[in-house]
Design a protein around this ligand. Structure first.
Ligand code: AMP
Ligand code: MG
Length: 308
């Protein structure tokens, strides 16, 4: 028997768990974002510079876990990223995944659904883009749009062509249940779901929008529709309160990540993902006697082929 692969020390795992504990939405709890989560929280990390080392360590650790996840090829991970506009989803993905092998990651973004997508049930397009076993999947926006933007703008629901009886006042409660069931199904089949809400303050959104207007290289990121959407800020906060309360489950918890400081949000997202992978604890497959004999045979053959 060979040694097991180097494991994250329990100390380190514990520190990560402690670090993200205040961000976790306890299943069954009732969330009020405005009171419960501060977008400017930074867990005592002084500044960006102090945070850099933390992020570097987190990214390196993720890379190692991803290699094991891929080698093991039993489990998959799905990270759902939700945020309001300018919340920092793109930058978070870029930084957190900067150290991992692109072959092991599958990123999927979701926009206004196409005609084809609308002709299916509402979870269909998300199911189509799930990670394989061994992969980390990231949803840049996710099936949660179906209870967020679709709720804030009910005309999206009208376009979904639902039968009578599938709409009405109870539709959101029903969707929470369906989403929880779907995530449970995925988890029970080896796909671990973890959900991050990048919690931005309204003021910081204003500042980021202004930057998108003022810095030419960022103009492409700005859309007038984003400012219109900002007008629905309170409706979105209410919708998030409900979603976070109803869909943080033991099998697929929500983490509310403070997003007013981009550098801190990235550390948190990396920590949440690492914590999930530590929980899975993927291993390089053990080589049994038969395979070891085959390896030895192949080695002999290759040695015989060495040039004289
Ligand atoms: P962005 O991510 O900024 O490129 O914008 C994508 C847009 O698509 C956002 O305004 C989302 O609210 C919108 N969107 C995403 N999913 C849905 C959905 N299921 N129904 C309607 N709009 C959606
Ligand atoms: Mg946008």
């Amino acid at each position: 028997m060979r040694d097991r692969p180097a494991r994250t020390t329990d100390k380190r795992a514990e520190r990560i768990a402690e670090f993200i504990a205040p961000l976790r939405v306890e299943p069954g709890s009732r969330v009020r974002l405005a009171e419960d989560f501060d977008p400017a929280y930074r867990a005592g990390v002084k500044n960006k510079k102090a945070g850099e080392e933390l992020l570097r360590a987190g990214v390196a650790q993720l890379a190692e876990y991803q290699r094991r996840l891929a080698a093991d090829a039993t489990s998959g991970v799905l990270l759902c990223l939700q945020a309001l506009d300018a919340g920092g989803k793109d930058g978070t993905i870029r930084h957190v995944m900067s150290g991992v092998n692109p072959q092991g990651v599958r990123v999927a973004g979701f926009k206004v659904p196409s005609t084809e997508e609308l002709s299916h049930d509402y979870l269909w397009r998300y199911a189509c883009r799930l990670p394989r076993r061994g992969e980390i999947g990231i949803f840049n926006r996710s099936h949660y749009e179906e209870v967020l933007v679709v709720r804030v703008h009910p005309e999206h629901l009208t376009r979904q062509g639902l039968p009578d009886g599938a709409t009405g006042k109870k539709v959101w409660q029903r969707r929470y249940r369906q989403i929880n069931d779907w995530e449970r199904y995925l988890t029970e089949n080896g796909f671990h779901v973890v959900k991050v809400f990048l919690n931005l303050s309204k003021e910081e959104q204003r500042v980021r929008f202004l930057k998108r207007i003022d810095v030419p290289e960022r103009n492409w990121k700005f859309s007038a529709a984003d400012v219109r959407e900002r007008g629905f800020w309170d409706s979105y906060q209410d919708a998030f309160d409900e979603v976070l309360s109803a869909t943080s489950t033991p099998w697929a918890p929500w983490y509310v990540v403070p997003a007013d400081r981009k550098w801190f949000a990235r550390i948190c997202a990396a920590a949440v993902l690492t914590h999930t992978l530590i929980g899975i604890d993927p291993r390089y497959p053990e080589v049994d006697d038969k395979s070891r004999a085959a390896l030895a045979g192949a080695r002999k053959r290759l040695e015989r082929e060495a040039p004289r």
